[in-house]
Design a protein around this ligand. Structure first.
Ligand code: AOF
Ligand code: ZN
Length: 363
């Protein structure tokens, strides 16, 4: 029952989502949050959470509204917090400002909040409405919710293949499988992610840059390489624009380690180099969304050890042929079609001449 809903609630919540996205890719490990203060039908304050450690969205919106916040309605896409984290509770700030009503998109999955923010507001006599534009609010902060509820980042496998299922020719040439429109979408996708992972093979064969190409925030660039048999020069070793981390096995090629470190590349040695171990490390760095742009061998390992939840497959209407031409996912040890990993919540979209299939791995 949503008897206390107002027909103006949805547009204001959508405005919150717009504001929230101004910090897209920059808030980890925090969610993207936007807030709007409305008095007598007019917006008198707006704000968004710019990055972890900075004030929350509500604080900026209340600041802009000043005295006009008294008796006003505040819209926010995530439940106002009730805890002392890096910043004090927003619920207290809303109560202190004397607002009359708070409209919330979704409950905060953070166990330190999880409904307590709503309780605090209600206990102070503030009218609270929850669940306005809830699906859009959940979608915006899907990686935050996943990280909070699973204690690991959301893993997204992205690949581009031809109509006959190849990601490169038999010689390994892959520039380009998909159209400029698809590639631009990938740059934008990177801007919304906290890290992008490839294996040593991709560095050797494609020499990728893995940035958002000026379309927004750049993710942390991550390379997994067991033996560090990596080129001395690679675009990924140029770290002025954005950093690169190379994960390897303990004791691997000290000369290459030194060379990379001199170039400003961080090298992390792990006893056992697995996708899950890399995801665990990225979690400690605050990552919420990790994009896997690796080849088939690493993709298979990442799927097998639970590092991938979501798949984005770009399919280009071209045929390259070649029995030995690589495909997006290596051996998973499955022999029967009935063992296939099915995708659920599947969506199809045309991107220029290409098809984008998006879905979640069934577990
Ligand atoms: C809000 N509005 O704008 C944000 C919220 O360490 P802190 O103090 O920044 O707290 C982070 C937690 O606060 C985060 O995990 C989430 O539960 C909530 N973030 N809440 O009401 C905001 N960024
Ligand atoms: Zn807060």
């Amino acid at each position: 029952m949503a008897l206390n809903r107002d027909e103006g609630d949805c547009p204001m919540m959508r405005r919150c989502l717009e504001l929230a996205q101004r910090a897209r890719g920059q808030t980890a490990p925090n969610p993207m949050v936007g807030a709007v203060v409305v008095k007598d039908g007019q917006i008198v304050g707006e704000g968004f959470h710019p990055q972890a450690g900075q004030p929350h969205a509500e604080v900026f919106a209340l600041r802009e509204a000043g005295d006009r916040a008294a008796g006003a309605t505040v819209y926010v896409n995530l439940e106002p917090c009730s805890h002392f984290g890096r910043t004090p509770p927003c619920a207290d700030a809303l109560i202190a400002a004397g607002v009359a009503r708070v409209v919330v998109g979704m409950v905060d999955p953070n166990p330190q909040v999880a409904g307590r923010g709503l309780e605090k507001l209600r206990a102070a006599g503030i009218a609270v409405t929850v669940g306005v534009e809830e699906a859009a609010c959940q979608a915006l902060n899907e990686p935050f919710v996943y990280r909070m509820t699973h204690q690991k980042p959301l893993g997204i496998l992205k690949y581009a293949m031809t109509l006959d299922g190849k990601i490169a020719t038999t010689t390994g040439h892959s520039a380009w499988v998909t159209s400029p429109a698809s590639r631009q979408l990938v740059h934008d996708l990177r801007a919304g992610c906290d890290a992008v992972v490839v294996g040593g093979n991709t560095v050797r064969r494609d020499n990728p840059l893995l940035t958002s190409h000026g379309q927004g925030h750049n993710p942390l660039r991550v390379v997994m390489s067991r033996h560090l048999d990596l080129p001395a020069d690679a675009k990924l070793w140029q770290t002025d624009e954005t950093p690169t981390v190379v994960f390897t096995e303990t004791g691997a090629n000290p000369d290459v380690q030194q060379h990379l470190q001199k170039l400003g590349v961080e090298v992390v040695e792990q006893a056992e180099l697995t996708p899950a171990a890399v995801m665990a490390n990225l979690y400690t760095r605050g990552a919420m969304a990790v994009l896997w742009e690796c080849g088939g061998t690493l993709a298979a390992r990442a799927i097998a050890d639970g590092s991938i939840q979501k798949v984005l497959a770009f399919i280009a209407p071209k045929i390259i042929g070649g029995a030995a031409a690589p495909s997006p996912v290596g051996d998973l040890g499955l022999t029967l079609m009935t063992e296939a990993i099915a995708l659920e919540r599947v969506q199809w979209r045309a991107i220029g001449p290409d098809l984008l299939i998006e879905g979640y791995l069934q577990r």
